[in-house]
Design a protein around this ligand. Structure first.
Ligand SMILES: C[S@@+](CC[C@H](N)C(=O)[O-])C[C@H]1O[C@@H](n2cnc3c(N)ncnc32)[C@H](O)[C@@H]1O
Length: 257
């Protein structure tokens, strides 16, 4: 399945996932970081807005935003969410690749793995560059290929195919058929300079593991504070559940890979 074919039940499943305490925890840290890049005078685009998971945050900052998503069902949910919150937003069904804005953006946000649903990273990054002001920021929250707890779980359970897909092919097919593509810092460097990087949940389980295992919940309770402290300082290769990259367009466009 491709993201454009997301069904109404996929949307409901994703809305359930958004209530997972570890998702809420990671999102609150992302919002803390985003706060310094957003203000009322800025033009902001939320790419792959999903059901509007960040809309209450935009509303709390009195921001007016543009939001796009490739999925019809996600856009319907996003419109309902904006209406519920009274958020001023222009919400359109479009892929990033086909989107034609009426002006350039100060900040473009791809939150919680939108980029991982895009197979052609270079094409997507080039598109972001063309619709971003020269001094604007792209903020991309991406899944890295390595997440310690997922790696160890696959190893212990001898899920060799999972390990091969994630670690060497850098992709993984979800149960709903959507293919994820894993990216690391170096993958963004052709088009963008990395201004800031924050890794989340490098030493604690993923939200799915938290939901399904009592051990994962106890471990999280014990190690969430040290994780927050040390995840922020580790090299990119140590990965995490998500990594937030704050990117600025390279002044001289380098050749694509
Ligand atoms: C994991 S959800 C993230 C939703 C939201 N940003 C959040 O923070 O929860 C990924 C979203 O990206 C959308 N998407 C995937 N590929 C896209 C593309 N090429 N252009 C626009 N949206 C896309 C999907 O339809 C889906 O709603």
């Amino acid at each position: 399945m491709v993201p454009a074919e997301i069904s109404d039940s996929d949307v409901r499943e994703y809305q359930d996932f958004l209530k997972n305490p570890l998702v809420e925890y990671q999102r609150s840290m992302i919002h803390e970081l985003l706060r310094s890049f957003l203000n009322r005078n800025k033009k902001i685009l939320d790419v792959g807005c999903g059901p509007g998971a960040d809309f209450d945050f935009y509303k709390s900052l009195s921001l007016e935003i543009d939001a796009i998503d490739i999925s019809r069902e996600m856009i319907l949910a996003a419109r309902r969410q904006a209406q519920r919150l009274g958020l001023r937003a222009r919400i359109a069904r479009s892929s990033l690749q086909d989107f034609v804005p009426d002006a350039l953006y100060d900040t473009i946000i791809l939150n919680f793995g939108v980029i991982n649903e895009m197979e052609n990273l270079t094409e997507s990054l080039k598109k972001i560059r063309t619709i971003l002001k020269p001094d604007g920021y792209a903020i991309i929250i991406s899944r890295p290929s390595f997440h310690l707890f997922s790696f160890l779980t696959d190893l212990v359970k001898l899920r060799i195919n999972n390990l091969r897909q994630r670690m060497s092919q850098k992709q993984f097919e979800l149960q709903n058929g959507i293919k994820l593509h894993y990216y690391n810092e170096k993958d963004f460097k052709n088009e963008f300079s990395i201004m800031h990087r924050e890794n989340y949940c490098s030493f604690i389980p993923s939200p799915e593991q938290y939901k399904n295992s009592a051990f994962a919940r106890i471990w999280t309770k014990m190690f969430i504070s040290p994780d927050q402290k040390y995840s922020a300082k580790i090299p990119d290769k140590f990965g995490g559940d998500f990594v937030c990259y704050v990117l600025k367009a390279n002044r001289q466009q380098t050749k694509s890979k």
